[in-house]
Write a protein that binds this ligand. Structure first.
Ligand code: XMP
Length: 326
């Protein structure tokens, strides 16, 4: 049987019972595959790698080595959550690498979107490779491949994803959720006890805030973007939009306008709100955010975030606008 093909009679995992049965089956399978050897996993904190990490911790405990690379382009609180959940609560063997300076150094002055992506993806592999080479006795590489990845590509995570790994890495793969659809991965994640917010979070591109801090990234504008994005997420959470809207975020362009703050001229960047709905990300429609909420978000961002003096709303569907600005 082709191990990359989902059996036709496999039930869609929608309940805790089905998830528990899947987990028990995979725990046994992973133990059998791995024995007493060590497994390496690039843990981004995204849904797929987090669920794989939790599953493998359950199966083989400290034989799993998780490496979390903070590229400095994470959203507010994300790396902290990885450390909290995996390092502390689940007591994982977690290596945390803060590579912010390396990434931001390489990105300095680079404004072309695809070049930014290339730098981020390439450097990620380098950092991960360096960490892997410091470890001894690793025999397996775990990956958060899911079924759509197999259906849509060559079976490994699309290479533009941060988390894509060097092709010459000589490890046998451990891919416990490769036959699952995204909704099933989430149900399994909840059954494993991962926080709801981690398992049901919106899609986040591999290059992270790097493609939302438009043009050449600077630390001050990146910081403003991260803070504004955190406010948007907090307000969407509080007002019941977080579970309803498919993807929502802030982009901050590399331009300033004139404003007034404390009776003084205040030049700042605009924060652009984008909130879209879609099923497959090929086309997208605009979420109608209530005006009262838009006013509240504008008020908070312009008062709480250093460097932002206007808030704009992007009303462009896809097509013609892509979801991301870059
Ligand atoms: P676009 O902007 O092409 O985005 O309409 C469609 C979906 O893909 C995500 N996206 C990316 N994901 N690496 C990723 O892992 C990338 O370079 C990248 N670019 C866009 C985007 O967030 C949206 O969900």
């Amino acid at each position: 049987m082709d191990s990359n093909k989902r059996p036709e009679n496999m039930a869609r995992i929608k309940t805790k019972e089905l998830a528990d049965a899947f987990i028990a089956e995979q725990v046994a399978a992973v133990r059998k595959q791995v024995g007493d050897k060590k497994v390496l996993l690039a843990l981004s904190g995204g849904v797929d790698s987090s669920v794989v990490a939790a599953l493998l911790i359950k199966a083989i405990g400290k034989q799993l080595v998780c490496v979390h690379v903070n590229h400095g382009l994470m959203r507010k609180g994300e790396s902290e959550q990885v450390i909290e959940v995996f390092g502390k609560e689940l007591d994982a063997n977690l290596i945390y690498v803060d590579a912010t300076d390396r990434f931001l150094g390489l990105l300095e002055g680079v404004s072309a979107p695809e070049q930014k992506r290339k730098i981020i993806g390439g450097e990620f592999i380098k950092v991960f490779d360096e960490e892997a080479s410091k470890l001894e006795g690793i025999s397996f590489l775990a990956q958060g491949t899911i079924y759509p990845d197999i259906l849509e590509s060559d079976g490994v995570k699309a290479h533009h994803n941060v988390g894509g790994l060097p092709e010459d890495m000589q490890f046998e793969l451990v891919e416990p959720v490769k036959l699952l659809y995204k909704d099933e991965v989430r149900v399994v994640g909840e059954a494993l006890g991962l926080p709801h917010g981690m398992v049901y979070r919106q899609p986040f591109p591999g290059p992270g805030l790097g493609v939302r801090c438009l043009g050449a990234i600077t630390r001050d504008r990146l910081h403003a973007l991260r803070e504004a994005d955190a406010i948007l997420r907090e307000e969407f959470d509080k007002n019941g939009l977080a579970g309803k809207v498919w993807q929502y975020f802030i982009a901050v362009p590399d331009m300033k306008s004139v404003g007034v703050r404390d009776d003084k001229r205040y030049e700042g960047w605009p924060a652009i709100i984008r909130a879209v709905n879609t099923t497959d990300a090929m086309t997208a429609t605009i979420e109608e955010i209530p005006y009262a909420l838009l006013h509240r978000i504008t008020d908070r961002i312009t008062h709480e975030v250093e460097g932002i003096n206007r808030v704009l709303l992007d009303l462009t569907p896809k097509p013609i606008g892509t979801i991301e600005w870059e």
